[in-house]
Write a protein that binds this ligand. Structure first.
Ligand SMILES: [Zn+2]
Length: 160
């Protein structure tokens, strides 16, 4: 009796059978979340926000070819001006520390004349405080001229 041809005969010899319907529909429209090609974490890891070469560009080396112009100034320190005579009055001198022309401030200190005056008063009987009068008289004291800016002594005027 003539049997029906086998189902296998419907398929072409030499070609694989087509996949079933369920397998075809299951793979076509489905979205499979996989690893992103450029995740943000990898971007930060591989591309730092501040590349190393930026630091070198922030402080460029000084341009070559431009010679540093050094002002030719002869450093001459003048401690006492030739015409400055330190007496018991303020004088205008050049302060070597401030490099400015300043008018000195006077500072009275007890000097030789002060003590001699005190001794002379004591000898002549001016005791009990009277011999201390010379320490209150500026005209009997030595004068120290100081710079008003840096308080540096610029000159001393000794009475004796
Ligand atoms: Zn000064």
């Amino acid at each position: 009796m003539a049997s029906a041809p086998p189902l296998e005969s419907s398929t072409l010899i030499g070609y694989p059978p087509p996949p079933p319907y369920e397998e075809t529909m299951g793979t076509v429209p489905q979205y499979t979340p996989g690893p992103m090609p450029y995740p943000p974490t990898d971007v930060k890891a591989t591309q730092p926000p501040y590349p190393p070469q930026a630091y070198g560009q922030m402080y460029p080396p000084p341009p070559q070819g431009q010679p540093v112009t050094t002002p030719v100034v002869s450093v001459q320190t003048v401690y006492v001006q030739p015409g400055a005579v330190f007496r018991d009055a303020p004088v205008q001198v050049h302060c070597p520390a401030c490099t400015q022309n300043v008018i000195t401030q006077l500072e009275y200190t007890s000097g030789t004349l002060t003590w001699l005056s005190c001794a002379g008063l004591a000898i002549f009987g001016c005791l009990y405080g009277c011999c201390l009068i010379p320490f209150c008289v500026d005209s009997l004291k030595d004068v120290t001229h100081r710079c008003p800016n840096c308080r540096r002594p610029l000159g001393v005027y000794n009475r004796i």
